[in-house]
Write a protein that binds this ligand. Structure first.
Ligand code: EPS
Length: 390
């Protein structure tokens, strides 16, 4: 298959996550360490709960790769859930222990989560059957698929970065970081903040939320550089790349708003202060003197950085619980809590990078095709030469 896509399966406390990736051409050399580093980056972040002390996510590639190089067949990957050992009695695929399962039974759905509607929709009385798959544990699969997408993009000089610009009320959700500022984000810093001066205030907000049994959301900016002119199309609504990026990012757990470039701020400006002037010189050929459009015009990439601003709501699992109803007695009951993150905004940034990579890799496969990396590159180079001569 030439399109880049992935499917995943796996419950949060089940044995493992399984990811099948299609569309990797043959001949892409993979950097295992770099790929696993992305999985580790996603696990990191101030405000994460006890679960991340248990897991040590790692790619276990079971198909499609030989000697560190893709061979053109579908790729499959396992990511084991170490926590399964503690959940076997309640989550084993074949035999569960009634007392264990009962201890883990979920009957007070969380407002903001899919617990209640999932139970009604799939007719499951133990809401654990819903939350296990709806859990953001699934985002490890996205980062695994994204790691393959990034390796492919890297072969074309495309790089993706991200950083956190706000957590709860701290920071500035409208701040527009430069590419260099995103490059300077320290993955080992507590919150992967773009502005390190604001990080102390962000940490204080996380501490305050933790003490109060609350949770926090925030804002992330992710961007891609080196994207060729002309990915996506204005021809059909399904082909517009801005829409495809928005769908991919909006499907990430707790993400509730996505803007391309200065999309939100532009709504308050006059036209001449929004649209990016076109310039030309022999070296750069056509270029823009600003990038408020975030690298996309008419749903097509224009060669500037693709920039996406992402708003994440606070996690719906609160230690203090929220007003809800016991689905067994129909009496009022606060939503249940066992353990959770106070915030996962830094992790979400890594997931956003992965999903942006997946969409861009797919758009590259769509445009340049090929069964091997060599063939894809020849198509790419011929096209880039044609665009440069325009
Ligand atoms: C999650 C709840 C927490 C998070 C989890 C997502 O897990 P647990 O219920 O086991 O404490 O830690 O995130 C991950 C496991 C992960 O890998 O990101 C939820 O309900 O969405």
């Amino acid at each position: 298959m030439s399109r880049f896509t992935f499917l995943s399966a796996g419950e949060s406390h089940g044995p493992a996550l399984t990811v099948i990736v299609t569309g990797m051409p043959a001949g892409v050399r993979l950097d295992r360490e770099r790929m696993n580093r992305d999985l580790a980056r996603r696990q990191h972040g101030y405000g994460r709960g006890g679960r991340m002390k248990i897991e040590r996510d790692e790619l276990e590639v079971t198909a499609g790769v030989r000697g560190g190089e893709t061979i053109g067949s579908p790729v499959s990957v396992l990511i084991r859930n170490r926590d399964f050992d503690n959940w076997r009695g309640a989550m084993d695929p074949w035999e569960i222990d009634a007392a264990e399962a009962n201890k883990r039974r979920v009957h007070a759905p969380r407002p903001g989560h899919v617990d209640l509607i999932g139970g009604m929709k799939y007719d499951r009385r133990d809401l654990r059957d819903i939350l296990e798959r709806a859990s953001a544990r699934e985002t490890a699969s996205r980062v695994a698929a994204g790691a393959f997408a990034k390796e492919l993009l890297r072969a074309f000089g495309i790089e993706i970065r991200s950083g956190v610009v706000s957590v709860g009320p701290a920071g500035d959700p409208e701040y527009a970081p430069t590419w260099e500022e995103l490059g300077a984000v320290d993955d080992d810093s507590p919150l992967r903040a773009v502005n390190r001066e604001q990080e102390a205030a962000m940490i204080a907000e996380v501490d305050r939320a933790r003490e109060a049994g609350e949770t926090l959301g925030g804002t992330i900016v992710t961007a891609a550089r080196g994207v060729p002119i002309g990915l996506g199309s204005y021809g059909q609504w399904t082909e517009k790349l801005d829409g495809r990026i928005a769908q991919a990012i909006l499907s990430i757990h707790a993400v509730k708003a996505v803007a391309i470039g200065d999309g939100v701020a532009n709504a308050r400006r006059i036209g001449s202060e929004v649209h990016d002037p076109i310039g030309f010189d022999e070296e750069r050929r056509y270029y823009r003197t600003s990038n408020r459009a975030g690298g996309l015009e008419g749903g097509v990439t224009n060669g500037e950085d693709v920039v996406v601003r992402v708003s994440m709501k606070p996690i719906s699992t609160l230690r203090r619980g929220l007003p809800s109803v016991d689905t067994e007695t129909h009496e009022p009951h606060r939503s249940q809590w066992e353990r959770s993150d106070v915030t996962a905004v830094p992790a979400c940034g890594v997931v956003c990078e992965a999903m942006l990579a997946v969409v861009l890799a797919d758009a590259m496969r769509e445009k340049f095709g090929g069964d091997s990396l060599g063939e894809m590159k020849r198509n790419y180079e011929a096209y880039v030469a044609s665009v440069r001569s325009y």
